[in-house]
Design a protein around this ligand. Structure first.
Ligand code: ADP
Ligand code: ZN
Length: 602
């Protein structure tokens, strides 16, 4: 590619130079070749200043003396029967007639010029188009790249630390390897798989690994490539991409940044984006248009599954969604080991130290750390990379400007661990709470940790006890901080938001406070929205408002006491859960149970 580009550049400058020279010569010629009126020509002839003449039907040209110089001249001929006689009389020794140049000859002469201009126009157009990052000439062609199978085969072995995700993708590999097996049974396989997770968690890598494992061609394109400035270009690129993939089926089409095209069509103020919408529609058409028997699997990747158009997620489209999580401590160690194989590591370097110090890091971050460490070691002219280099690399990444994922310090980690352990323990000890499914202190988005509770069944009605339980669980985080750390942090602010809105609803909407009784004090939001009746009093007295505030305060402080009591009564379990969280970052339901049982037994 660069060679071709250079060649083109060279050609351009060459032609530009030629053109310049030609124009220059031409101008000089024009200047030198004097245009004479016929009368003056005849006069000069009579004065014997003309030396050479060549006559054409439409032009007379030749040379004449001017002082002691010889200059060229030309003139338009007139019907002049005596011209030859006059020339002979004037002693012009060298005169001749020239055949008339027809228009074809003229055209041929000019075609060179036309070509040069066309070329220059084309070149400038292309250049300008490319400067905008777009290849205007390739308009409707998809820029999707096809991965060379033999060159770099990625397999599941290259992807570490996301075993569950790999397990789910194995079905697809199996299907691509022997589609017959599935087709004879008539089962419907997914056409589209959506991988979602933070940037750098290895979505692209996984998709490549699926192609590598199955030994099928891999087409990649990025959603942003489809959103061009010209309406319709994206749609035709989508068509082209699918056509190319179909030709080499079975194959995988990987669409990175799916949200660039697949954003919900009605989101945003000021209407949609025409081009994006067309592209999305085309994608839906293509998705519906091919049968899963054709052996094409579409893998989409996004870090914003929440903004995707629901049409994309319907059955028969991207109907299988797979999470690619930020790795936990075990996953990080595995990823580090994968990347450490590529560098020269001092023997018995303990990678688990690095894994412990990098909570919240994605696979891409870890790969960067290892790479950076190798560079640092090389700078110091070491023979191999050691632990110190790796630690230095972490620090460098922490200080770096483009730090994408957050790394939390050990003391923060302790606070987060106790906070989450608090939620968990309250949920485990209060009767009637939803079971805790999983606790983690791996940062995700703005949250530093997460306690995942799963209700046993879908519910449409919630009892007062259930709401109170939920409030206690939410307050358990802050309570644990107070009990175990002796200091409270801002970590609970989201919990407190939720608690407040729950309690407000209990008191003002659900009639769950005895003092307020069975009245709804909810404001009619439509009136506020319309701006009418702003001056109207709230539908209740100041006295009622005061009681509402008191009730809200009372319910929250009662719940907080309850949460604290639950935690102080199980202090050993709290410490055990927090300690395990600091160590492993994730604990599942079974482990929580065994930790609690062990704490009770002591
Ligand atoms: P995404 O597509 O999710 O943004 P990528 O697949 O592009 O992330 O990952 C970028 C790089 O990070 C990969 O090329 C790889 O070197 C490294 N990486 C990410 N996740 C993993 C993983 N689970 N195992 C090994 N390397 C990983
Ligand atoms: Zn919390």
């Amino acid at each position: 590619m660069p060679l071709k580009k250079n060649l083109r550049q060279l050609l351009f400058w060459f032609l530009a130079f030629t053109l310049f020279v030609a124009v220059y010569q031409n101008m000089k010629g024009v200047e030198k070749e004097r245009q004479l009126p016929y009368s003056e020509f005849k006069q000069k002839l009579r004065d014997k200043q003309i030396t050479d003449v060549s006559v054409r039907q439409d032009l007379i040209s030749g040379k004449m003396k001017e002082g002691d110089k010889t200059v060229s001249f030309k003139t338009i001929p007139m019907t002049d029967a005596k011209l030859i006689e006059d020339m002979e009389g004037a002693g012009v020794t060298n005169f001749k007639a020239e055949a008339d140049r027809g228009w074809i000859a003229g055209l041929i002469l000019n075609i060179g010029w036309i070509l040069i201009f066309v070329f220059i126009w084309w070149f400038l157009f292309i250049r300008q188009a490319q400067m905008g990052g777009k290849q205007a000439m390739a308009f409707g062609k998809s820029k999707a790249k096809q991965q060379d199978l033999k060159k770099q085969k990625v397999t599941f072995k290259d992807v570490a630390g996301c075993d569950e995700t790999k397990e789910e993708l194995k079905d697809i590999v199996d299907y691509l390897k022997n589609p017959k097996k599935y087709q004879t049974l008539g089962g419907e396989l997914p056409k589209g798989v959506l991988l979602y997770g933070s940037p750098g968690t290895g979505k692209t890598l996984l998709a490549r690994a699926v192609a590598g494992e199955a030994g099928v061609p891999f087409f990649t394109a990025s959603g942003s490539e489809f959103v061009e400035m010209f309406v319709g270009v994206g749609a035709s690129r989508v068509r082209d991409l699918f056509e190319r993939a179909k030709k080499s089926a079975p194959a995988i089409i990987f669409l990175d940044e799916l949200d660039a095209v697949g954003r919900s069509r009605f989101a945003g103020i000021g209407g949609g984006h025409d081009e994006r919408e067309q592209t999305l529609n085309q994608m839906l058409v293509e998705l519906d248009g091919f049968e899963s028997k054709e052996g094409i699997i579409l893998i989409g990747a996004t870090n914003r599954p929440d903004v995707l158009d629901t049409a994309l997620l319907r059955p028969g489209r991207f109907d299988r969604r797979i999470n690619v999580p930020v790795p936990d401590i075990k996953g990080r160690l595995e990823i580090l080991n994968v990347h450490a194989k590529k560098i020269k590591l001092t023997p018995d370097t303990d990678m688990s130290v690095i894994a412990r110090h990098t909570p919240g890091c994605t696979g891409a971050d870890l790969s960067n750390i290892v790479n950076e460490a190798a560079i640092l070691a090389a700078k110091k002219e070491q023979k191999s990379v050691d632990l110190k280099d790796l630690e230095e690399a972490i620090e460098k990444m922490l200080a770096g400007p483009q730090r994408k994922s957050r790394i939390i310090s050990d003391s923060e980690k302790r606070v987060v661990a106790y906070h989450e352990a608090g939620h968990t323990l309250v949920a485990k000890t209060l009767p009637g709470c939803d079971p805790v499914h999983k606790v983690t202190i791996i940062p995700r988005g703005p949250a530093l940790g997460y306690t995942m509770q799963m209700p046993l069944e879908d519910k449409y009605l919630t009892s007062k006890t259930e709401i109170l339980n939920r409030i206690c669980v939410l307050l358990g985080g802050r309570a644990a901080e107070e009990i175990a750390i002796g200091e409270i942090t801002t970590g609970a602010h989201d919990d407190l938001n939720k608690v407040t809105s729950f309690v407000q609803k209990m008191v003002m909407e659900f009639g769950m406070s005895e003092k307020i009784g069975l009245q709804s004090l909810k404001k009619d939001e439509s009136e506020v929205f319309l701006g009418r009746d702003i001056m109207r009093q709230a539908g209740y007295s100041n006295e009622t408002a005061r009681i509402v505030d008191e009730e809200i305060k009372r319910i929250i402080s009662d719940s907080y006491m309850k949460a604290k009591a639950a935690l102080t009564g199980n202090r050993k379990a709290l410490d055990a859960i927090a300690a395990r969280l600091i160590e492993n970052e994730v604990i599942d339901a079974a482990e929580i149970d065994s930790l609690m049982a062990a704490a009770k037994a002591v």
